[in-house]
Every structure is written in C-alpha cells, then in structure tokens.
Design a protein around this ligand. Structure first.
Ligand code: FAD
Length: 405
C-alpha cells in the first residue's frame, strides 16, 4: 500500500496538518475528507464579522480550492466518514465507498449540544452555531425588532448576542449558572462583559434555565423559563457548549474519554492513528484537558505534522484565545484552570482593564479587555516563565514593560 495519510475532518486542524506537511516538503499522499461542502475555513468570524455581514466567506477559507490540487492534497468535500476499520486500515464513507490509509488523522472537531425535541429543540427558528450553514441560517433571522433568546452565556452565545443587537434585534440571554462565563472566566471579567451587554440593551438573566420552548406551526414562538416567566421569542440560539466529535474513535475501540485520548505527540492508542484539535483530550501539566481554540487546533496539528515527518518534539500547549463583542476585544493568554487568586489592573485607556490569574502563587493566565499591552505582556511572561512582580502589577501607574525585566 502507498504511504497514504487520510485526514478525517477538513477544518482548522485538518488543514493545518496538511499545510504543515507540505511546507516541510513531505511528499506522502494526503487525502482529506470533510463533511462540509466548502474547503477548510476559519470559524471564529462566523459569530463575529461574518454574521454581521462585514466579511465575505471567501475571506474565511484558508486557501482557495485550487491550492489543494496544486499541493497534491486530494480533498473530498461533502463526504462523511461513517466508520474506521482498524483491522483493514481503511475508512468507510456514508456513501458506501472506502479509502485505505497507512496513517489516519482524526481532526473531526466538536459538535454543539442541542436541546432535546421534548424541550422544543426540533422547532424551526432554533439554531446552533458551529459551521457556515448554521451562520447562514442565522443571518436570515437577525433583523431589526425580532426577539432573540440566547440560551447559555458562553463566548459564542454572547458574541452572537452582540451581533444581533448591532443588527437591531431584541436580545435576552439566559444562563443557568450564577453568572455568565462561569466556566471560563473570573467573576470580574464576567461582570465587565455583562455590563457591556447591558449597556447595549441586552437583557441578561442569570440563575435562569429553560423549561421548554413553545412552538406554533412547527416554529418557535415562546420560551418558558425556570423562574416561571414566559418570553415571546422569534428565534433562539442554543449556546450550551460542545461535545468532542469522537464517535469514530469510540466505535473503533480507541481510547476515548471526554475526547480522543492522545499523548503529547498527538498519538492515539493505535500507532497508525493520530488526532488533533477540538476532538482530542490531551495531556497538560499532569491533567487531561480539552482545548477548544484556534491556537490548539493549529499548534497541535503542526506538532503532529512534525512527528509524522520524523522531527517532532512533545507538544506543550501555550493557550491563547480571543472574543470580539461590540467594540470590545477580549484577549486571553494562558489557561486559568484551577486558579485561586486574581489581580485586576486598570489599563491606560478608558475601558481597558486586565484580570491576572494565579494558582498556588504562580501566574497562569490573563484576560485583557481592550488592553493589547496587558495581553502581550502576559503572553511573554508565560512564555519566558518570569513571575510578575505583584507590587508592580497592582500599581496602575507602573509600566507593564517593567514586569518583563
Ligand atoms: C462560531 C465559533 C466561533 C469561535 N470563535 C473562536 C475564537 O474567537 N477564538 C478561538 O481561538 N477559537 C474560536 N472558536 C473555536 C475554533 O474555531 C475551534 O477550536 C477550531 O475550529 C477547532 O478546529 P478543529 O479542526 O478541531 O475542528 P473544526 O474546525 O470544527 O473542523 C472539524 C471538521 O470535521 C468535520 N467532520 C466531523 N466529523 C466528520 C466525519 N465523520 N467525516 C467527515 N468530516 C467530519 C466537520 O464537519 C468539520 O468541518 C470558535 C468556534 C466557533 C464555532
């Protein structure tokens, strides 16, 4: 058999893997199989500029379709892989065809959680936000005066809420937890984001769950909330997180937890199968974590490419993330998991501020709101391992540059 790499999932990580191999002059045969009908593209703008109508889809694709042929990467779009036959070393597609592999890469991403039909999840006007098709459906809904209910106060739901407000919709966000962004950010960051939304006219209801959506003629028109209130709604965005797309791995008997288990080299429990991106459960400082970000999808996939090309070193995630809401840019460096202390530092401009996270006295992450300097400084500190001087950090008048010396 030829030395063929089959990549299942033509998204951020799948593209990064193929592109990195080719940039390393790796000449093996590569076939990328993707369920969507468009070549790989970046998802972040889907809930930001693309949804707002400020960015054309052409600007989202990593490369035009011609790049794949020019670089010897066979790409099969609109093709869903149904099964891995590890014994025969082939993948079987939904259309009945199959494809042999020498090495298989799983870059299948994640799947948004949905509401069960019993709660109205199957009604028209109820949306999730993961791919271009989801965004395109939503574009048609976001019109002035229409009433949007966002279920879940995470980044994607809040970004969509911001876009909807800018397009003139009336927006309510409900969040079951005590506060929005509870899983990902400190109370101080959440409070600042909350304030910005309220200033823009969004109603945020925390400690409020959904009892069920109510439909008429198959389309949503109301929402019963856990506090007994009933809202009139025209459309709904379900932003209650994602689950890793690990079905293929699970069904073929690979080691799977909350995602495909990989080692620091992206190797699964089968020596012929690697994985990268949102679908993986990867080692991080003695823990197993999932990282849902562009940073991880790209860096982990590139690390896997290096391993396949025979020159790799263990991948150590250096997380960063961003979120755009209205004219606010939130940039995050590091990973705040398990933090036990925060320091809030006002920025030099009005509206800029940063929240610094510490665990056991060590700096682990920073959230920078409209404060690029804090973000860059935090990132450099994490990369160099320098611990920031607390007195300097807490002194709003001190130049952040001094933290690096
Ligand atoms: C709306 C939105 C906004 C985001 N904003 C940010 C942001 O601001 N910053 C940030 O860092 N990250 C952001 N992210 C997260 C980031 O986009 C993801 O972490 C990243 O795309 C993960 O890359 P991936 O390759 O693992 O998965 P994806 O890019 O999701 O690619 C997986 C691909 O695999 C395909 N696939 C799955 N199963 C099969 C199968 N069996 N057969 C064939 N194909 C299959 C899927 O259709 C999909 O095309 C955002 C995500 C979304 C959805």
């Amino acid at each position: 058999m030829t030395d063929r790499l089959v990549i299942v999932g033509a998204g951020q990580a799948g593209f990064a893997l193929a592109a990195k191999l080719r940039s390393q002059k790796d000449a093996r045969a590569i076939t990328m199989v993707g369920a969507e009908d468009v070549p790989p593209y970046q998802r972040p703008p889907l809930s930001k500029k693309y949804l707002l109508g400020e960015m054309e889809f052409d600007r989202l694709t990593f490369r035009p379709e011609s790049w794949y042929a020019e670089n010897g990467v066979e790409i099969r779009l609109s093709t869903y892989v149904e099964q891995i036959d590890r014994g025969a070393k082939c993948v079987r597609m939904q259309d009945g065809s199959s494809l042999d592999y020498h090495t298989l890469a799983l870059t299948t991403g994640a799947v948004p959680r949905t509401l069960p039909a019993a709660m109205g999840g199957d009604l028209g006007g109820v949306h999730v936000m993961r791919d271009k098709r989801d965004a395109d459906r939503l574009v048609g809904e976001m019109r002035p005066g229409r009433r949007l209910l966002v279920i879940g106060g995470g980044y994607i739901g809040l970004e969509a809420a911001a876009v909807a407000r800018r397009l003139g919709a009336e927006v309510t966000v409900i969040e079951m937890a005590d506060r929005i962004l509870a899983r990902v950010a400190a109370p101080q960051t959440a409070e600042m984001i909350r304030t910005i939304h309220v200033q823009h006219g969004v109603t945020i209801r925390e400690r409020t769950g959904l009892t069920r959506l109510v439909g008429r003629d198959g389309r949503v028109h109301g929402a019963e909330l856990s506090d007994g209130t009933v809202l009139d709604v025209d459309f709904v965005i379900v932003g209650i997180g994602v689950t890793p797309a690990d079905r293929l791995a699970r069904e073929s008997g690979l080691s799977v937890g909350n995602g495909v288990v990989v080692d620091a080299f992206g190797r699964t429990s089968d020596p012929s199968i690697v994985a990268a991106g949102d679908c993986t459960l990867l080692p991080w400082k003695g823990l197993q974590v999932r990282l849902e970000s562009v940073q991880n999808a790209v860096d982990q996939a590139e690390a896997v490419a290096a391993i396949l090309a025979g020159s790799g070193i263990a991948y150590e995630p250096k997380p960063w993330f961003w979120s755009d809401q209205y004219d606010v840019k939130l940039q995050i460096a590091g990973f705040n998991l398990g933090y036990d202390e925060t320091v809030v530092r006002p920025g030099m401009r009005e509206g800029s501020v940063s929240v610094w996270y510490f665990r056991d006295g060590r700096f682990v992450a920073v959230d920078a709101i409209n404060d690029a300097k804090a973000y860059v400084t935090g990132k450099k500190l994490l990369e160099s391992g320098i611990e920031p001087d607390r007195a300097l950090l807490s002194d709003a008048a001190a130049d952040l540059k001094q933290l690096l010396s």
